[in-house]
Design a protein around this ligand. Structure first.
Ligand SMILES: [Zn+2]
Length: 479
């Protein structure tokens, strides 16, 4: 590999070089949805994050095997089915179909494997048997539990101590079948009316965590490269996955643990109780998929992403700016190509910079910054020189970048007329806007408020909204 990729590993709390176990092939497992309700923006963010990581690795010449599961049997599914008076699979199938459609609508590529829990009972039962044989699991009534205190590395991912966890769980968990409050279920004995499968311990169904261990190992081997998911899954889900996998095989499990940050809605945590959960379907009715992807990519995947109408307006305006720039290139009179050495220089460093940003722990926000720097240079070049041959090369490279993020996939002219964009073609250049913003600033400094407002009104008339923020005045194309 020409470039060194580093990624942040939650397990070691460090950025580490990506060194796949087998040559140039990277194996990735990411936890998928529990299919009992519509998927929300948190699911979308996780899916888009790993989609972009996968695209980037492929672009850098790696082979990638990507697995994302469906949890299609679970308490929540059973409860919802009971409430509705329908079989559990009716619920799980409905939301599995909906999730697949959401992913397609968001432009997320299909994983190489999409295993479902209900289709992997033999593998799950085999793994539980090994855990019991190795002395880490015990049968109690019709249930099987994992003995947390027998596994020496428990807590290594979430960095919690057994003492803290014991205190926490003894207050909330009073399951009398367990030998210790910290233990968790590998297998749950069937209750009347619940879906169940035969096992050596009687009829029942898998606990939540064991499925991801069994299915990841089936498709990727007992040890693989990257295990991903949202930060909310670190404890207990991923902690438990490590414990039961290593207890079952006696070897190591995933090498790198990669976790994406949460979605906030207007700076608040997204939660059922706050009633601020945005479904993917709802979001896609309001904003086009490329703006949503651009919104995610403009945040570092490890950080929280604050979703709001305003943030999405900004993402739409940013996407428009990209399309408008390409459209401008397309519409130039190309009969007399001039020269622009400065643009040639900007272009020369462009790819190196964004590849570097992506190699550094998949910094999509940094890479996008490089793109917008180039776009600025392009618009300046068009304003000054009109068409130059460099612009054709620029166009190609912008679109190549678009493929990485899976944006800019539409024909610019059509996109701009489609109503997906803010729909405004600018008849003012970026330099002109910047100049007017400076002019307004000067007028304000002199307390010439009326003149300052005149400048603002002029920009408004051109379809430009300006806003005064602590870091300075910013502008966007009206939505
Ligand atoms: Zn999982």
């Amino acid at each position: 590999m020409e470039h060194k990729i580093t990624l942040y590993n939650t397990l070691t709390h460090k950025k580490e070089p990506l060194e796949p176990r087998e040559g140039n092939n990277v194996t990735i497992y990411a936890c998928g949805p529990t299919v009992y309700s519509s998927a929300h923006l948190g699911h979308a963010r996780s899916a888009v994050t790993f989609d972009i990581i996968r695209r980037f690795l492929k672009k850098m010449g790696y082979g990638v095997t990507y697995v994302r599961n469906f949890t299609d049997i679970d308490d929540k599914i059973i409860n919802k089915a009971t409430e509705a008076g329908v079989p559990a699979e009716e619920i799980s199938e409905k939301y599995t179909r909906e999730y697949s459609k959401d992913m397609a609508d968001l432009g997320v590529s299909e994983p190489d494997f999409e295993p479902k829990v209900t289709e992997h009972l033999p593998e799950i039962i085999e793994l539980i048997s090994s855990i019991i044989d190795n002395g880490y699991g015990y049968v109690s009534g019709g249930d099987v539990f994992f003995s947390v205190k027998k596994f020496p590395g428990y807590g290594k991912l979430s960095r919690r101590s057994l003492e803290d966890m014991s205190e926490e769980s003894s207050r909330i968990d009073l399951n009398e079948q367990k030998e210790d409050p910290l233990d968790f279920a590998l297998w749950k004995g069937a209750k009347p009316g619940e879906p169940s499968w035969d096992s050596p311990w009687g009829p029942g169904r898998p606990g939540w965590h064991i499925e991801c261990s069994a299915m990841s190992m089936k498709y990727l081997g007992s040890s693989f490269d990257i295990h991903g998911g949202g930060k909310d899954l670190i404890f207990p889900h991923h902690e438990n996955e490590i414990a039961q996998s290593e207890a079952g095989t006696g070897g190591g499990f995933a090498k790198y643990w990669v976790h994406n940050g949460m979605i906030l809605i207007n700076r608040e945590k997204m939660s059922k109780s706050l009633g601020n959960i945005f479904n993917i379907g709802q979001a896609l009715k309001k904003w086009n998929k490329e703006s949503i992807r651009l919104f995610f990519a403009s945040h570092h995947y490890q950080n929280p992403a604050d979703f709001s109408e305003q943030a999405m307006d900004e993402a739409e305006a940013a996407l428009d700016r990209l399309y408008i720039t390409i459209d401008r290139i397309d519409k130039l009179n190309k009969t007399k190509p001039g020269e622009d050495k400065t643009l040639e220089e900007s272009l020369a460093g462009f790819k190196t910079k964004w590849v570097q940003a992506m190699c550094d722990n998949f910094n999509t926000a940094g890479a996008l910054g490089n793109l917008f720097d180039l776009v600025k240079a392009v618009n300046r070049s068009i304003d000054t020189h009109g068409f130059t041959l460099t612009l054709d090369k620029v166009r190609k490279e912008i679109l190549e970048f678009g493929d990485l993020m899976n944006i800019l996939q539409e024909e610019p002219e059509q996109y701009l007329k489609s109503g997906k964009s803010s729909g405004k073609d600018l008849d003012i250049t970026e330099d002109e806007i910047q100049r007017l913003i400076e002019e307004r600033k000067a007028e304000r400094r002199e307390k010439n408020w009326a003149k300052a407002d005149e400048v603002r009104d002029f920009l408004n008339a051109k379809g430009i909204t300006i806003e005064d923020k602590p870091q300075g005045t910013v502008w966007r194309v009206d939505g």
